[in-house]
Design a protein around this ligand. Structure first.
Ligand code: AMP
Length: 271
């Protein structure tokens, strides 16, 4: 990988990087397509990053299917795949972590201590290995994209961060590698998350601006599904991830599966 991207860089070719944890789906592919439009070469990394999982999270059971991923990447005609081992990324003597301040205090940062430090560290390493011009992240993980954007600017990494819209199932559920954990009943209940975002966007479009009432709408829709246990359902500023704002953000457990989704109420909800 190092050799390939150094050679490409020497040849003056632009490189777009799509970082993933594998278990690829159409959401990942939309990042690849966008990268393809804007770069001569597209690199996808596939690495289940252990340091961004908390001790009680799903690192062990996180879906891994290299045969499936390889076929998707081959069909998408990506130019290279970077798939390092955990030992190569984190040899026992490694002791450096990258921490982004401010943005990481709320929401996912508060709910998952250490998560964004794991993300910032791995992204810094991926950028160092691949030396991309641009890197592509999904709006589904909006706070992550903002953290990485801050990281690239603060450390002068010189990588342009591009955020790509969330790809959804026809019924509204945001695609996620974790959706495979859901039973049929949970899959149905999980629709409450996108439905809550859609309803809040509808209310906002009809002129509702009261933060408490918009938040109550999110909560009321989620409460219709007993299988859905919200961790947060808030309205935050899309730049700072602090209240108040127009970005509706939800994290909820559906059975044992933790799902997140978001939508900026200033935009119509798709579909
Ligand atoms: P992951 O493999 O889940 O870590 O995701 C890798 C990248 O794909 C991240 O930038 C995610 O935000 C993005 N992504 C995941 N799901 C979607 C989706 N449904 N639509 C668009 N991007 C997504």
């Amino acid at each position: 990988m190092l050799t390939a991207s150094r050679r490409w860089r020497r040849d003056g070719k632009s490189i777009g990087l799509v970082p993933t944890m594998g278990a690829l789906h159409a959401g990942h592919l939309s990042l690849v397509e966008r990268a393809r439009l804007e770069n001569e070469l597209v690199v996808v990394s596939v690495f289940v990053n252990p340091i961004q999982f908390g001790p009680n999270e799903d690192l062990e059971r996180y879906p891994r299917d290299w045969n499936h991923d390889f076929k998707m990447l081959e069909a998408a005609e990506v130019d290279a795949v970077y798939r390092p081992s955990v030992m190569a990324m984190y040899p026992p003597e490694a002791s450096t972590r990258v921490r982004v301040g401010g943005l990481t205090d709320t929401l996912e940062g508060a709910a998952r201590p250490g998560h964004f430090e794991g993300v910032a560290t791995v992204v810094t390493k991926l950028f160092a290995a691949v030396e991309p011009d641009r890197a592509y992240f999904g709006q589904k993980d909006a706070q992550q994209a903002a953290v990485v954007n801050r990281l690239s600017r603060d450390l002068d990494l010189g990588v342009e961060i591009r955020v790509v819209p969330t790809v959804r199932e026809p019924d509204g559920l945001a695609l996620s590698s974790r959706n495979v954990y859901l039973s049929a009943e949970e899959r149905h209940a999980a629709l409450a998350i996108s439905a809550a975002l859609r309803e809040a966007a509808g209310a906002y479009a009809s002129g509702e601006r009261d933060q408490a009432r918009l938040r109550a709408r999110l909560a009321a829709r989620l409460a219709l599904e007993p299988l859905v246990k919200p961790e947060y359902a808030e309205l935050v500023d899309p730049a700072t991830f602090r209240k108040p704002g127009t970005l509706a953000v939800i994290a909820a457990k559906v059975g044992k599966t933790r799902l997140i989704d978001n939508h900026d109420l200033e935009k119509p909800f798709p579909g």
